[in-house]
Design a protein around this ligand. Structure first.
Ligand code: AMP
Length: 134
C-alpha cells in the first residue's frame, strides 16, 4: 500500500537516490500501479495532471526514479534535472501556456508545503499568477 511519504529535510538528502520506494505514491504512478492522467510518458520522466488543480493547467513532472527533493536530483549530476525542466517546458507548450507564461514550482521540505517526498515540478498556468505566494 502506497501512502504519504515522510517529508525530507532538503539538505539532509542531497544525492540520495532509490530506483523505486514501495511506500511512495509517485513511484506508484511511475510504475503504473496508481492511476493518473498522464500527459507525458518518457523514458526517465513522466508528467500527469494534479488531482487538486490550483490553476487551469496544473501538471506534475517527475523523474521515474525516486529522489526526495530537487536538491537530491541536482546532486545526481546526470542531466536528469535538466531533462525534467525541459519536459516541463514541453508540457507548458503542449498546454498552450508557454508564451503567456507559467510558474514552475519545486516545493522543497516541510515548511514549503511539500507533501509528497518524491521530487516533482508543478507546472501552473492558464491564469495570471500573484506574488508573493501563500
Ligand atoms: P506538494 O504539496 O508540492 O508536495 O505537491 C503534491 C501534489 O500532489 C499536490 O498538489 C497534490 O494535489 C498532488 N497529488 C496528490 N496525490 C495525487 C495523485 N494521486 N495524483 C495526482 N496528483 C496528486
Amino acid at each position: 500500500m502506497r501512502g504519504r511519504d515522510d517529508i525530507p529535510s532538503p539538505g539532509h538528502y542531497e544525492g540520495h537516490y532509490d530506483r523505486s520506494v514501495p511506500e511512495c505514491l509517485f513511484c506508484g504512478i511511475a510504475d503504473g500501479e496508481v492511476p493518473a492522467t498522464l500527459v507525458l510518458d518518457g523514458k526517465r520522466v513522466i508528467a500527469f495532471r494534479d488531482v487538486n488543480p490550483q490553476a487551469p493547467t496544473h501538471v506534475l513532472v517527475i523523474p521515474r526514479d525516486h529522489y526526495p527533493t530537487v536538491a537530491a536530483l541536482a546532486g545526481a549530476g546526470d542531466g536528469l534535472l535538466d531533462e525534467l525542466v525541459a519536459h516541463a517546458h514541453e508540457v507548458a507548450a503542449a498546454e498552450g501556456i508557454a508564451d503567456s507564461g507559467y510558474r514552475l514550482v519545486f516545493n522543497t521540505g516541510r515548511e514549503s508545503g511539500q507533501t509528497v517526498g518524491h521530487v516533482h515540478a508543478h507546472v501552473l498556468g492558464g491564469r495570471p499568477m500573484t506574488w508573493p505566494p501563500g
